[in-house]
Design a protein around this ligand. Structure first.
Ligand SMILES: [Zn+2]
Length: 54
């Protein structure tokens, strides 16, 4: 497996369905203490929501 270098927040993130690692952010929603990013797998189209603390 080839590993792609990404930013720290994206490290280890991969599609739950197909394992594809290229998950561009569709949009981000900012909450009180966290940011939710909705990503979409380029391979199978599955959407994945990630949460980050501010
Ligand atoms: Zn996928």
């Amino acid at each position: 497996m080839s590993s792609q270098k990404q930013t720290a927040n994206d490290e280890g993130l991969s599609c739950h369905t197909c394992g594809y690692r290229h998950l561009p952010v569709l949009y981000a929603r900012r909450g009180l203490r966290m940011i939710r990013r909705v990503r979409e797998c380029r391979h199978c189209g599955r959407r994945i929501t990630t949460r980050e603390r501010v």
